[in-house]
Design a protein. Structure first.
Length: 493
């Protein structure tokens, strides 16, 4: 079926789908409670009340597969990317995933992990903590997905959780960084799984590392795993060195040396191991940037595990993008058509924003009609475009009505032709009437078929500019994230 035909059918189902998703989101909100607001974050190290979630009664293994993934917020058609991400998680049997850059609605009712959980029913346990409000001006972009933070999705039962706020430095990064720590029961072992997203400011990274070290020193858990996007730069390794060894060498920047805390000197009473280095000592393991340009050049995404407690079996990466482009190119095309249609609806309703896109199109693209396209010369801007204005929408809806009417007439004509042999020699009034109308029906069948072909050609000609927008994808849209997922299989010792 063509993209035009798919869009026609998609619009008929959209109303029912919207209410189904809304019902699901309300159920999730009731089951997991409200998202923690930034203003209500606890003081450093204070515990939240325990969250206890039901787990399935399954034989849990003696090993554990964990992953960390910067989910790239809602960039480039989340409704398609979430299918691929859920498939990656399920295909590799990952038990616990830590996520960064997870978006949620401002009213705390729904976040991206709920979407993944809907596709992964075995993952009963979900935690989410917002770190910042992405935008506050109502006129900037369409409403939704205003919060961004970190989260955990787990097959196994979460016993309790708490949040640790990291010190906000004096640099450019004004996001309140934090650690989301969950106590998870796996095969009789209680393990502490922590998710974090360090600052991109190098000075703040040293503060972040010291705060995490302080928390680890006070927690004194036997088995600990840290899943993080540490924003590590190749030439600035000292924050990670501090987490792994408890020390920094004398070449560390003076700022990092000045913030060493008086409560701790020397090697801690634990040891952390970088799973990738342990499993792949000769492979640099770059995970960023998973884009055509500049390409993979650094390793911010890491999984650290405590020793003793675990033995590392393997570590690998997922999400390079080849299979995503191969398997979901048609999904992306349909998503782009639907985004243009929704943008036209918003303009017709008078809802015009500074940008019609939910996401930033980056240096290689511009926003047109709710999608990112390659840069072009036209009479549009990011807030309004005649390609998807109210007049075009009304005319499209008129053509849509004609197309659906012709399609239904064609199906009726086919039904009449198919039902004739069923009558045979029957002399019923219905069959006699059917036989008399069959000649007329053949002409009607031909006319409806020609009408559908004409409408299809006319639509492609009339809306050729819109179809050109659909085809003008930027290269970044063909990747599931700008980070790769790091996965580690570990065995309990």
């Amino acid at each position: 079926m063509t993209s035009f035909g798919r869009l026609m059918i998609f619009n008929l189902l959209e109303f029912m789908h919207f209410h189904a998703v809304l019902h699901f989101a309300e159920g999730i909100a009731n089951r997991h409670g409200q998202i923690v607001n930034e203003s209500s974050l606890p003081p450093f190290g204070e515990r939240h009340p325990g969250m206890r979630l039901l787990a399935q009664n399954v034989d849990e293994p003696s090993d554990l597969t964990v992953a960390t993934y910067n989910i790239w917020n809602i960039m480039f058609h989340w409704e398609v990317r979430k299918i691929h991400i859920a498939d990656m998680i399920e295909a590799h049997g990952i038990d616990v995933v830590g996520f960064q850059e997870v978006r949620a609605n401002m009213d705390n009712s729904h976040n991206q992990l709920h979407d993944l959980q809907e596709r992964l029913p075995k993952y009963k346990s979900l935690l989410y903590h917002p770190n910042r409000v992405v935008r506050q001006k109502q006129e900037e972009r369409p409403p939704g997905w205003e919060l961004e933070g970190i989260g955990i999705l787990s097959k196994h039962r979460i016993l309790s959780y708490h949040v640790v706020n990291l010190t906000m430095g004096t640099g450019k990064d004004r996001t309140q960084r934090s650690v989301l720590s969950a106590q998870i029961m796996v095969n009789g072992h209680e393990i502490s799984v922590m998710v974090t997203h360090f600052s991109y400011d190098t000075n703040d990274q040293c503060e972040n590392a010291w705060d995490v070290l302080k928390y680890l020193h006070s927690a004194r858990a036997e088995k600990m795993i840290i899943l993080g996007d540490f924003n590590v730069y190749n030439e600035y390794h000292w924050p990670m060195e501090l987490l792994l060894t408890g020390n920094m060498d004398h070449q560390a920047p003076s700022f990092c040396q000045r913030i060493q805390k008086p409560w701790f000197h020397g090697r801690p009473d634990y040891e952390f191991v970088d799973t990738w280095v342990e499993a792949n000592p000769r492979n640099p393991g770059f995970t960023f940037s998973n884009m055509p340009q500049p390409g993979l050049h650094s390793r911010p995404d890491r999984i650290l595990v405590s020793k003793p407690g675990f033995r590392i079996e393997s570590a690998f990466k997922l999400g390079r993008g080849w299979d995503y482009r191969r398997d979901y190119s048609n999904h992306l095309r349909l998503a782009r058509l639907h985004a243009i249609y929704k943008s036209a609806q918003k303009q017709a309703e008078g809802n015009i924003y500074e940008s019609s896109c939910y996401w930033d199109c980056g240096p290689n693209g511009i926003c047109r009609c709710g999608i990112c396209v390659t840069k072009r010369d036209d009479d549009c801007d990011e807030s309004y475009c005649s390609f998807c204005g109210p007049a075009r929408l009304r005319y499209f809806q008129f053509l849509q009505f004609l197309y659906i009417s012709a399609l239904l007439a064609l199906l009726f004509s086919l039904g009449v032709c198919i039902s004739r042999p069923l009558c045979g020699n029957t002399k019923s009034a219905f069959c006699k009437k059917l036989q008399r109308s069959i000649v007329t029906n053949k002409y009607f069948l031909l006319l409806t078929a020609l009408a559908i072909i004409f409408l299809y050609i006319y639509f492609k000609w009339t809306y050729s500019d819109v179809l050109q927008l659909v085809d003008a994808q930027i290269a970044e849209e063909l990747y599931p994230s700008d980070h790769m997922m790091v996965v580690a299989r570990i065995i309990f010792e």
